[in-house]
Design a protein around this ligand. Structure first.
Ligand SMILES: [Fe+2]
Ligand SMILES: [Fe+2]
Length: 230
């Protein structure tokens, strides 16, 4: 491993145009072709950011005393994110659409910027909040696609879902490893970093089954969740 200082933002293609999240057009009904295209495009955009986030972890924290296995794991994650991007953009091509044809929002890199100088914060927010959130919402999206007869797109989402369980597991493993080597209590550090670096509460409902499969126990994330309505 060498050392590198990556740029604050990764290079981006000229399109899609990046807009503030508030200015994004509302997602259309799922059943319509336009709705499905908007969904695929939004997911492809997330995966492109995920590729960059994987490589950013490798490059930005190359100066820390970390075992080789840490970097190998994140290179592996970035490769899977690239595969996800490809699966989604191939499916978009079936509908005659390319990545970049629709606008996309620029909220995703904010999490990276907010945690650029703190590896524990980066691991807490990116794999353990954002990717774990993906586990909560993906099964329902896949089920809805199956119900409208788009089994091909549903299968892509299921493949992504299985891989993402692994990404959360890798995130947790290294988060706990770092806490242990620094003599810190992982749960307390997780709560503190998420409260400081992530805007808002974690959203219910949680997919406990998938989170458990990733080895991610509820006592990490339940205390950070929005209150249940009475
Ligand atoms: Fe992914
Ligand atoms: Fe991922």
């Amino acid at each position: 491993m060498g050392r590198a200082t990556p740029p604050p933002r990764p290079a981006r293609p000229e399109r899609p145009l990046l807009r503030p999240p508030k200015e994004m057009p509302k997602r259309r009904a799922f059943g319509s072709m336009a709705g499905r295209i908007a969904l695929l495009h939004a997911l492809a955009h997330i995966e492109l950011n995920a590729i960059d986030l994987g490589w950013d972890l490798v490059a930005r924290f190359s100066g820390e005393e970390l075992p080789r296995a840490f970097f190998d794991d994140w290179v592996g994650v970035a490769a899977e994110e690239a595969r996800h991007f490809e699966l989604l953009t191939d499916r978009l091509a079936d509908f005659g659409v390319a990545y970049g044809d629709l606008p996309a929002h620029d909220g995703l890199w904010e999490a990276a910027a907010a945690t650029a100088d703190d590896l524990l914060a980066r691991l807490a927010v990116v794999p353990l909040v954002l990717e774990a959130r993906g586990l909560d919402v993906t099964p329902e999206m896949a089920a809805r696609l199956e119900r409208i007869g788009d089994v091909q797109t549903a299968a892509i989402l299921q493949r992504i879902y299985r891989d993402e369980i692994g990404h959360v597991a890798i995130g947790l493993r290294w988060f706990e490893h770092l806490c242990r080597t620094r003599g810190l209590d992982p749960e307390a550090v997780f709560h503190e970093r998420v409260r400081r670096c992530f805007k808002g509460d974690l959203k219910r409902p949680f997919n406990h089954e998938a989170r458990t499969a990733a080895g991610f126990p509820a006592h990490y994330y339940e205390p950070l969740a929005e209150h249940e309505p009475c």
